[in-house]
Design a protein. Sequence first.
Length: 266
Amino acid sequence: MADLKNKIVLVSGGARGIGAAISEAMAKAGAKVVISDLLEKEGQNKVSELLSQGHQASFIKHDVTDESEWKKTVSFCSTTYGGLDVLVNNAGIYFTGPIEETTLEDWKKMFSVNVEGVFLGTKTAIPEIKRRSMKRESSGSIINLSSIAGLVGSPSHGTYTASKGAVKLFTKSTALECAALEYNIRANSIHPGVIDTQMGSQVIKNIIEKTGSGDNEARAQVAELHPLGRFGRPGEVAQTAVFLASDDSSFITGAEFVVDGGLTAK
């Protein structure tokens, strides 16, 4: 397993789902982990679980759409553990709807969390990450959670696909800019398929509402979309994040990591 000893990691939206799995995997790999989320109870519970296992972890309540809260959260990483090496922009929201029925408020809400949150996190974290990365061989890492929706289109997903596509290209620009400025910071994006989480359950709910099928039938339909014939597991996405946080990926930047059971290969 990749070694993250002496790495300080911030995971936004780290209280549950993929974010919680990433937080746990980072901690098990030896990192000091800060979980930020609006879900205070779930976040504190996850930290308590990690602490009981002998890992180093802390929680801070955090709204990723608020620039002042990003500054507070990055400062918390520095005062608690001495800096920041890895930012995982994981926090995100998901909803669907025909373009004709999508309000401007819906569009702005999606972009506020999924795109502006990533921008604000990256902007705020870079100075603190480079403070450490420019003084040593080991690089800093920014890991942005996009989606297969950031790679291909889908009916009734216009707003979501637009937001996740923006994350993909913003990541590439971040990677090139950090390289050009010699910050020793890498940036990459992860593109999961349907993962067995609460957000994944929303996909099932949408199918049930549209088709009138039962839960088991809807789950089977979604599983069959993936050539591997199943949903993804949060831990499978998490291990990809650990790799990108570690020095094992030291020559990788501006890349897309697709974790989708082959769905977009068709």
